[in-house]
Write a protein that binds this ligand. Structure first.
Ligand SMILES: N[C@@H](CCC(=O)N[C@@H](CS)C(=O)NCC(=O)O)C(=O)O
Length: 211
């Protein structure tokens, strides 16, 4: 069977997927698009009517959620312990943090980005700042979990770290770092120092940048 195709924009939430593939040693065909693809590569709407990235296609399978794609690609490689399975103690926490990453943490960040960066000429800057504050408040769960741990689950690096870690990485890139506790900045440092992360960034840097 052909490699899965991953459509993404460099630095976007698709980095979760590229990173998971690199950590797992999963072969993918990386298809880099300019951001935002709905305007700069409108033909992409034929592939994904949502216009969002990332999107993974493998045979008849189509996926458009970055955290689900990261989990999927992590299970297709040659590294066994990147996901937590149902027999393990931290399985509920693994699922929870993997979903938490986009639904609860990245969501207010993206509203900040829209209001304060992409469409600031509309006068929405103040609302954007409020979303940045909301994002910082929502980091409390990660902060408490990592008080006694190096990684989120099972004392090892997993896709839950990739998914939540990406939100912290994005925060640094878009200028909402000031409300991030030092312990989470240290955690982020541990994540970005991984070879798998560096390889993923290098691979994506061959294409257009998302933010
Ligand atoms: N929940 C989805 C969100 C996907 C999403 O909104 N991606 C952004 C980029 S990070 C996007 O494609 N924005 C451009 C647009 O909506 O036109 C995920 O985690 O993959």
């Amino acid at each position: 069977m052909a490699n899965p195709s991953l459509y993404t924009c460099a630095g976007s939430r698709g980095l979760r997927a590229t990173w998971a593939a690199e950590e797992a040693g999963t072969d993918i065909d990386l298809k880099l698009l300019p951001f935002p693809p709905r305007f700069k590569a409108p033909e992409y709407l034929q592939v994904n009517p949502l216009g969002t990235v990332p999107m993974l296609i493998e045979g008849d399978a189509e996926m458009t959620e970055s955290c689900a794609i990261a989990h999927y690609l992590a299970t297709k490689g040659n590294v066994e312990d990147l996901v937590v399975t149902s027999g393990e103690e931290d399985y509920p926490a693994y699922l929870d943090f993997t979903y938490h990453a986009d639904a609860t943490i990245t969501f207010p960040q993206t509203v900040f980005m829209r209001f304060s960066l992409f469409e600031k000429e509309k006068g929405w800057g103040e609302a954007g700042e409020a979303y940045a504050k909301w994002f910082w408040k929502r980091l409390v769960k990660l902060e408490q979990r990592l008080e006694t741990r190096e990684f989120l689950c099972e004392d090892r690096f997993t896709v839950a770290d990739i998914c939540c870690g990406y939100a912290l990485i994005l925060a640094g890139r878009v200028g909402v770092d000031e409300g991030i506790p030092q312990s989470l900045k240290d955690y982020r440092e541990r994540l970005v120092s991984r070879d798998g992360y560096k390889r993923a960034v290098a691979r994506e840097s061959a294409g257009p940048v998302a933010i």
